[in-house]
Design a protein around this ligand. Structure first.
Ligand code: GLA
Length: 383
């Protein structure tokens, strides 16, 4: 695991520090289904944040962000949230801990790493989950993983985005070389091995930064809630879009707002695609897996309307390249990365060609990463 210069210098000055690793989240399929109590298929990325931590005598969390070369001191008694600053996640975690009467005391923390921010890999959840894991470990909270997952989600809600549970669940519980088939209603998880043979998964980061607080993420949730309310006028057993199949949805088409109807159609079809993807991966049917990625992208673009020109360009261009089986926008959308399934023998050619095509069109570069599904949060052995 590569330590950045900032982490190395912190560790050199504090030999008793503990090192933690929190990965980013990738998602094979199942987008915007988590807060509709549906299914998702995420895992943890090899790209991660590292945190070096030492207890301190002060009454604050002193958190240094290696990548921004900035330090924030968060008062443990009165932590205001500065909405436009990365430290909002630290303050939100402290507020959550206080709301649950969890004991707090001073810590000196530095975080840094190779996980890009705003690339659709949930760096904000990696930060939030990482901090909660650290507090649990350093301050003797002894909370089980499920509790930490829900505290992480609650903390992120304090920053203004009503996100689902997928990112936090994956970041805490993922396993190397496996994806998690998660039922977001029961939180039952089944691990799905991802074969090392066959095509590889790549991420192409468009570099378009999204800030979900200012994006229509919450509006998408509200559209889903309106459709649930409408469905309940016909069937009171419906409590989330997860409960609708295509037949039940079509019965609402006449009476629903047409935009809301399309949003719900994305959720219903995407839930089906998660199951179909697990089948395809289990059979090593890569053609089918690629088709499902494309169908997911089309649905996110046309029905859910969370794509943007850069992401559409990447998907449309990637699928013209030899060796590419499929691609789709990953994460919330509105920017960030495209996930792509492609022949590893063509990696160099695909990387060069997509970077050229993107630069020709937008006059800026895009990064390509080969994804390795990794373990969830852990303590790093310093020996
Ligand atoms: C963000 C949210 C998740 C999920 C995805 C879309 O990453 O944090 O909960 O809703 O968007 O699938």
């Amino acid at each position: 695991m590569e330590r950045t210069p900032a982490i190395s210098s912190f560790l050199a000055r504090r030999p008793l520090a503990t090192l933690y690793r929190a990965p980013g989240r990738i998602n094979i399929i199942g987008e915007h289904t988590d807060y509709n109590e549906g299914f998702v298929l995420p895992g943890a990325s090899h790209l991660h944040l590292l945190f070096a931590v030492e207890p301190s005598m002060s009454q604050d969390l002193r958190v240094q962000a290696g990548r921004y070369e900035e330090t924030a001191s968060i008062d443990l008694d009165d932590p205001p949230i500065r909405m436009d600053h990365w430290s909002r996640y630290v303050a939100a975690v402290v507020q959550t801990a206080r709301a649950h009467q969890l004991p707090l005391s001073g810590l000196e923390i530095i975080f840094d790493g190779n996980l890009p921010a705003g690339a659709g890999m949930s760096s904000s959840s990696a930060l939030t989950c990482g901090l909660l894991y650290i507090l649990n470990h350093q301050l003797g909270w002894q909370l089980p993983l499920e509790k930490l997952i829900s505290l992480a989600q609650e903390s992120e809600h304090r920053t203004g985005v009503r996100g689902g549970i997928m990112d936090q669940f994956a970041i805490f519980s993922a396993r190397r070389q496996e994806a998690i088939l998660l039922d977001c209603r029961s939180l039952e998880a089944q691990f799905v091995p991802i074969s090392k043979e066959g095509p590889f998964w790549y991420l192409v980061d468009s570099g378009v930064q999204h800030n979900l607080v200012h994006s229509p993420y919450n509006q998408r949730r509200e559209a889903c809630e309106r459709m649930v309310a409408l469905a309940r006028t016909r069937n009171s057993n419906v409590t989330a879009l997860r409960d609708l199949d295509m037949d039940a949805l079509h019965l609402l088409q006449e009476v629903a707002d047409q935009e809301d109807f399309r949003m719900a159609r994305h959720v219903v079809t995407e839930n089906q695609r998660v199951g179909q993807m697990v089948e395809a991966l289990t059979r090593c049917d890569w053609e089918r897996a690629g088709q499902l990625l494309l169908q997911s992208h089309q649905s996110l673009r046309d029905d859910y309307q969370v794509s943007c020109v850069e992401l559409d360009f990447l998907v449309d261009s990637l699928i013209t390249l030899p060796g590419v089986l499929g691609a789709r926008l990953m994460g919330a959308g509105f920017g960030g990365s495209v996930l792509c399934l492609a022949d590893p023998d063509r990696e160099e050619e695909i990387t060069n060609r997509i970077q050229h095509m993107f630069a020709d069109r937008f006059d800026q570069s895009c990064n390509v990463y080969r994804v390795a599904l990794d373990d969830g949060i852990q303590i790093v052995d310093l020996q």
